[in-house]
Design a protein around this ligand. Structure first.
Ligand code: AMP
Length: 299
């Protein structure tokens, strides 16, 4: 279900804009006044991970715009588009509490009218990891983010490291297409027990949630090993696999596990300075992703 077709309204001081043209006119007018704009793109069902992006954005610009749009283009035909959790009213409250100035919540048909036929595609960095398992996903992401950039006209845009490949892909797109926008990555926000926050955690039963914890535990175990001096990717990967097996048995099925250069996302055999360990797994029907950065400097 799409957000209810409220007219563009104001909730206290926060504006809700639904119409893409109005969003662009509003952003342009603020720019003409000399205001700086920060954009936080989301698919809604907001949690503390999203709030952290807003908190990073708030002091970084005069205006903070949060977009809420469940982008059909980035879902595969057998994925969870139809059941993706939505709570527009709750999201409005969350944004208002976080001091957001504008929610941009367009209708699907306004973003993708019937004649729509353009796609933005980033090649190398989208080949592996999630890109290898979700054909078309990143084209959907870059296409909608390019549109959001052209509508909200931000000076800065904030993305979570939780979706690490997405962050790298957006940075690549911005550089390649000369968007005059600074892309800022924000660290992963986790539950107290380590589970990375995600709107999709809402799908998990209590037993599945317990099994899902094995993912972060596995990543933390590998990071500990790395901090103790282990450099070899196969050994670090083995530590992740073992932790997942010990904690979750067969309830957690890895889709991929890779140790990559944090910029190129090419897999590396040996971690000299920095790397990202990234994984995706299925817990029941739910697909979860997580990652952690390994850095020799900070350890
Ligand atoms: P989504 O609504 O899942 O598309 O996410 C919108 C933005 O929030 C993306 O930039 C995500 O990387 C970011 N995000 C989602 N979960 C987290 C988290 N646990 N910590 C930090 N950022 C997150």
């Amino acid at each position: 279900m799409e957000p209810s077709p409220l007219k563009n309204t104001a909730l206290n001081d926060m504006k809700i804009i639904k119409d893409p043209r109005q969003m662009q006119e509003y952003a342009l007018a603020r720019r003409v006044e000399g205001k700086t704009i920060a954009l936080v793109p989301t698919m809604g069902y907001l949690h503390q991970g999203h709030v952290s992006l807003m908190e990073h954005a708030r002091p970084a610009a005069d205006l903070v715009i949060v977009s809420i749009f469940v982008n059909p283009l980035q879902f595969g035909p057998r994925e969870d588009l139809d059941v993706y959790p939505r709570d527009f009213e709750g999201d409005c409250r969350t944004c208002e509490q976080a001091g957001v100035d504008v929610i941009f919540a367009p209708q699907m048909s306004d973003i993708y009218p019937p004649e729509f036929q353009t796609e933005v595609s980033v090649s190398e960095v989208t080949r592996g990891l999630c890109g290898a398992h979700r054909p078309g996903h990143f084209n959907g992401v870059t296409t909608v983010v390019a549109k959001l950039f052209n509508l909200a006209l931000p000076h800065k845009a904030f993305f979570g490291e939780k979706d690490y490949q997405q962050l790298v892909t957006i940075k690549r797109m911005v550089e390649d297409l000369n968007f005059p926008i600074e892309i800022i990555g924000v660290p992963i926000v986790r539950e107290d027990d380590g589970l990375a926050m995600s709107s999709r955690n809402a799908y998990l039963s209590p037993a599945e949630r317990e099994a899902a914890l094995s993912l972060s535990h596995g990543l933390f175990r590998a990071r500990e090993l790395f901090e103790q001096g282990e450099k070899r990717s196969p050994i670090l990967q083995q530590a992740v696999r073992e932790a997942i097996r010990e904690h979750a048995g067969q309830s957690c099925q890895l889709e991929y596990l890779a140790i990559c250069d944090p910029d190129s996302l090419e897999e590396i055999e040996q971690v000299e300075k920095q790397a990202v360990i990234a994984l995706a797994a299925r817990v029941g029907k739910t697909r979860l992703i997580d990652n952690t950065l390994l850095s020799r400097e900070s350890s």
